[in-house]
Design a protein around this ligand. Structure first.
Ligand SMILES: *Cc1c(COP(=O)(O)O)cnc(C)c1O
Length: 352
């Protein structure tokens, strides 16, 4: 209907590779990466390890694969892993923790992206043979893919102290790690200092077409290489995946703050509309709740789609919008206008 271009706010995973990325792919030296001979993959893994302050890093095909490899490498079958109840590993990986890594998950609430350290500690079991043995604490930062909440460095340090006390490793699902580090003004390596292993997604705000980076100690990555192979994740000329990733590490991290500013501006303007409540926006994710009883997500999504705007349905009265590098200031204006029109059209229509 609309001649205007589509504004896709469903996720930052919809981002397309930049022209510079395609160009980087075209010129990347390639080799067999299972044999360790792809120079572009080797360079990416070295750069990523340095950036994260970890001994070693490994390119894998997805965040889900990185997470499952981490579980397989840090836990034994039948052991228990603690994590927040909204964690991607628990909610959105097709129960791979049970079906593939064969660990049991125990969840705790993480209100507003703050982990309750006493709750973590009280759920740790290491001695009782009838209870599952706790072998890993999994954090997520930013936390909750519908909220993008920042876990503070102080909170991570507290968790680190508990993990040391009980000799249990900490893994960070840092799918959006750089959104946290840019917003906190803290180097990624300073965040990763508080964990034993970490993954970040190349495919979200960084705009790459494929891939995640898993990082940790040399010993951890040796296990991870084997587990990646077992999952069929060993790749050959994977330099075509690594080349845009190298571009992303050099050019796509610092600019994430622009996404945060746009998300925050969007949220402020939408919050001014009667009948809409905004979740607190900390990074690039803005979720809204529709407060009027005669409104619902489906109604809103259908209306927005006639304006060329896509948002994600995350509940009967809730939708999510994620800002990424392809979203411009003009797009934000168009989105706000569309919401205002929605509010006025559907206020007038509603009769008692
Ligand atoms: C997107 C995401 C993942 C999974 O990444 P895929 O590459 O889609 O498998 C894992 N954890 C979090 C927190 C994510 O947002």
């Amino acid at each position: 209907m609309s001649p205007e271009r589509i504004i896709d706010l469903r996720s930052d995973t919809v981002t397309l590779p930049k022209e510079e990325m395609i160009e980087a792919i075209r010129h990347a030296p390639l080799g067999d990466s299972i044999m360790g001979e792809d120079p572009t993959v080797n360079l990416l893994e070295k750069k990523a390890a340095e950036l994260l302050g970890m001994e070693a890093a490994l390119l894998v095909t997805s965040g889900t694969m990185a997470n499952q490899i981490a579980l397989m490498s840090l836990c034994q079958r039948g052991e228990e892993v603690l994590m927040g109840e909204d964690s991607h590993i628990f909610t959105l990986e097709g129960a791979a923790a049970a079906a593939v890594a064969q660990v049991q998950i125990r969840t705790i609430e993480v209100p507003d992206g703050k982990y309750d350290v006493s709750k973590i500690e009280s759920n740790i079991n290491v001695g009782d043979i009838q209870r599952p043995k706790t072998s890993l604490i999994c954090l997520e930062n930013t936390y909750n893919l519908n909220k993008g909440q920042i876990v503070t460095l102080e909170n991570m340090k507290e968790i680190r102290a508990v993990s040391r006390k009980h000799n249990i490793p900490v893994y960070l699902d840092g799918a959006r790690l750089f959104n946290a580090s840019v917003e906190l003004g803290v180097a990624p390596a300073d965040i990763c200092k508080e964990v034993d292993a970490v993954q970040f997604c190349l495919t979200k705000g960084l705009g790459c077409p494929i891939g995640s980076i898993l990082a940790g100690s040399k010993e951890f990555i040796e296990k991870a290489v084997l587990n990646r192979q077992r999952l069929g994740g060993g790749m050959r000329q994977a330099g075509i995946i690594a080349a845009p990733a190298i571009y992303a590490l050099d050019h796509m991290i610092d600019r994430l703050s622009e996404d945060h500013q746009k998300a925050s501006r969007l949220a402020k303007r939408l919050a001014a509309i009667d009948g809409i409540r905004m979740e607190d926006v900390q990074t690039n994710i803005a979720s809204i709740e529709l407060l009027r009883e005669d409104w619902n997500s489906q109604l809103l999504i259908e209306f927005l789609s006639t304006k060329g705007i896509k948002v994600k349905n995350i509940g009967e009265n809730r939708v999510r919008m994620v800002v990424h590098y392809q979203i411009t200031d003009e797009d934000i204006d168009r989105v706000v206008n569309a919401f205002e029109e929605f509010a006025s059209v559907f206020s007038m229509k509603s009769t008692v």
